[in-house]
Design a protein around this ligand. Structure first.
Ligand SMILES: [Zn+2]
Length: 381
């Protein structure tokens, strides 16, 4: 194991699991009880992913048939993301941790390679490539029953540090074209492990939504000379009706054409391509505003909040002029006891119909009182 101080607050240590997968601890405090050796006898998983090109839609699709045997709703006393104990040898050999990242045992994408190495024995219509890339798990806390939203801002800050660190690392890996940090939250979303955690995908292609946004931004720049993301952000600030919260470095708003019942986007005020380009102050401010937003979303419902948080970052080889880092936080809950499902129009046609007007959603979010949050400067409009 090697240790390197990352910032004044976080120390990064790298270790290996029994099957050779990499594990990285991001420590806020010293962990004298750290266990360096994974005692399990773990056979190596040989991923067999590939990506196939959908020639009709112009999109790559991951095909990962080896993932069907992955862990599915284990009981809490057998949680693979809890610290190891005498009765549960988990993925984390140590008896404690703050934030830890490790390679997914059942990755959708894995391995290195040339992302341009396309094969198509039939000519042009059936292009395939190896499913290179990397999939990682990010555990936010050793507390099985916590949520990221109830953890202190300092912990959210450490998670952002881990996201940025992994974005830099995966962006430098052959076979990765775009890095996506995200959290799926709630059984309604399809989460199979209850322990609070997120994931990081290093895709071997620019994802369909990102590619579409870049095409729009390029078109907009060609027509107007402006930056589409920046002009949208400026427009939201000027209009104000969809702003949820803001601080010195970030603005949170419900987008003009929101697809989900409650959907909030967080933009930095200054254009950066990904998390690695954010300064310390902007990372602190993101931790503050993100927690503010997710707590507001929780405050809308008595029910649980099935939610997705996604970090939209520029693909590795994208022109930095045509992208703008932002976060998207959405819930599929549309009312107490009711879920927005992706049915015919959304799933078959890709045409969303939102049951809640974005301006109404923003007003409801502004009206939520968030207990325990430090709102200094975060909710002024
Ligand atoms: Zn757990």
């Amino acid at each position: 194991m090697t240790s390197t101080p990352r910032t004044a607050a976080v120390t990064k240590s790298v270790a290996r699991l029994a099957d050779g997968r990499e594990m990285i601890y991001f420590d806020e405090t010293s962990h004298e009880d750290r266990v360096l050796v994974d005692p399990r006898d773990l056979p190596k998983v040989i991923p067999g992913s590939q990506v196939r090109y959908d020639a009709l839609l112009g999109e790559w699709v991951g095909i990962a048939g080896h993932r069907q045997t992955r862990t599915y709703h284990p009981p809490a006393n057998a949680c693979p993301l809890c610290p190891s104990s005498p009765t549960n040898q988990s993925e984390i050999p140590s008896p404690s941790y703050d934030v830890v990242v490790f390679e997914n045992r059942f990755p959708s994408f894995a391995g290195t390679g040339d992302i341009a190495a396309v094969t198509d024995p039939a000519g042009w219509l059936f292009r395939t490539r190896p499913g290179t890339g990397r999939c990682e798990v990010v555990c936010f806390t050793s507390d099985h029953h916590a949520l990221l939203s109830v953890l202190p801002r300092s912990r959210m800050r450490t998670v952002i540090e881990a996201w940025a660190d992994r974005t830099a690392a995966l962006s430098g890996q052959d076979g990765v074209e775009q890095v996506f940090c995200f959290e799926n939250r709630g059984v309604e979303i399809g989460v199979t492990l209850a322990h609070p955690h997120g994931q990081i995908y290093g895709y071997p292609f620019a994802t369909p939504k990102t590619a579409a946004a870049i095409r729009s931004a390029q078109q907009y720049r060609a027509c107007t000379g402006g930056n589409l993301f920046g002009d949208l952000l400026a427009g939201e600030i000027t209009d104000g009706s969809r702003i949820v919260a803001q601080n010195e470095h970030w603005v949170a708003f419900v987008p003009f054409a929101a697809r989900w019942p409650v959907e909030v986007h967080l933009y930095p005020r200054i254009q950066v391509r990904d998390l690695t380009e954010l300064g310390e102050d902007a990372r602190d401010a993101l931790a503050e505003l993100y927690l503010d937003v997710i707590r507001r979303m929780e405050g809308l419902f008595e029910d649980s909040l099935p939610a997705i948080t996604g970090v939209h970052q520029a693909p590795v080889h994208a022109d930095p002029r045509d992208y703008w880092l932002h976060l998207e936080v959405l819930t599929i809950r549309r009312a107490e006891g009711k879920i927005k499902y992706l049915a015919g129009s959304e799933s078959a046609m890709g045409a969303f119909v939102n049951d809640i007007t974005p301006e109404v959603a923003a007003q409801r979010l502004r009206d939520v009182w968030v207990p325990g949050a430090d709102h200094a400067g975060s909710v002024t409009r």
